[in-house]
Design a binder for this molecule. Structure first.
Ligand code: NAP
Length: 253
């Protein structure tokens, strides 16, 4: 199937591992010229040795630094940019009573200010038909316990909606994807009880893969989603669909 992505330029943040690297690889497979950006100076191992039909250009970029975004925009200047995947994110697992203001600020800086800076820097390079995908979380659809992370992902939904409203008239679509428990370096560092409890709340009864998130991102960047704008798409095996009713249903079986 032709997704209309061949030759298109797409920027993916936090592309060095986990979901970001899966998104970058999939886009290259579909013919995109991918600017994959992350914190590390060297090309991350997960991005080495890719073969076309597209192309991958790696660049060090901290999403919280406006100057880094300006440098990327200058490199891309004169080129039409089709897509931005605001994937970079950090977690912080302190609970309500413990979290410090410094931790709150740091999480907001990466998870909220980072996507905002990316949208500000690249919007002048977008043409009608372009697409921005913000990677949220089921945390931003629920009352997930890590308070800094959860509130940052709710804020990202707000940013997505404002950007959808403001950029729609220019033909730029803005959507968000909300992964459930996905096997990545981020979740491998979590308490095993978190994994087990989340899977118990997931109707499909398993964790998801980075590839399964990347597939939805690909759809949102492609012409197949040309009238999808401002959508919030969970990729969570049904975790958020039951609104807490699963344990009740399970108890009555
Ligand atoms: P990950 O494995 O931790 O990968 C995130 C990448 O982003 C890392 O390479 C990280 O670099 C990079 N990064 C962190 N801060 C950055 C910054 N300031 N500038 C540029 N890059 C930065 O995470 P993941 O699990 O793939 O998560 C990707 C996205 O999905 C995040 O937004 C996350 O919140 C969201 N998400 C994940 C899950 C899940 O279950 N995995 C669930 C819901 C939502 P370093 O490693 O050097 O820090």
């Amino acid at each position: 199937m032709n997704l209309g992505l061949a030759g298109k330029t797409v920027v993916v943040t936090g592309a060095g591992q986990g979901q970001g690297s899966a998104e970058a690889r999939l886009l290259v497979e579909h013919g995109c010229r991918v600017f994959a950006v992350d914190l590390c100076a060297q090309v991350p191992a997960e991005l080495r040795g890719l073969s076309g039909p597209g192309e991958l250009i790696y660049r060090q970029l901290d999403v919280t630094k406006r100057a880094h975004w300006e440098e990327l925009a200058a490199q891309l200047s004169g080129r039409e940019v089709h897509g931005l995947v605001n994937n970079a994110g950090i977690t912080q697992r302190d609970r309500l009573a413990q979290v410090s203001l410094e931790q709150l600020h740091r999480v907001y800086e990466v998870n909220v200010a980072g996507p905002l800076l990316g949208i500000q820097a690249l919007t002048p390079l977008f043409a009608p038909g372009s697409s921005i995908v913000n990677i949220g979380s089921v945390a931003g659809l629920s009352s997930h316990y890590p308070v800094a992370y959860t509130t940052s992902k709710w804020a990202l939904r707000g940013l997505t909606r404002v950007a959808c409203m403001e950029l729609g008239p220019a033909g730029i679509r803005v959507n968000s994807v909300h992964p459930g428990f996905i096997e990545t370096p981020m979740t491998s560092a979590a308490n095993p009880s978190f994994r087990e409890a989340t899977i118990r709340e997931t109707p499909l009864g398993r964790a998801g893969s980075s590839q399964e998130v990347a597939n939805v991102v690909l759809f949102l960047l492609s012409d197949l989603s040309s009238f999808v704008n401002g959508a919030e798409i969970p990729v969570d095996g049904g975790q958020t669909a039951h609104g807490g009713a699963k344990s009740i249903s399970d108890a009555l079986k």
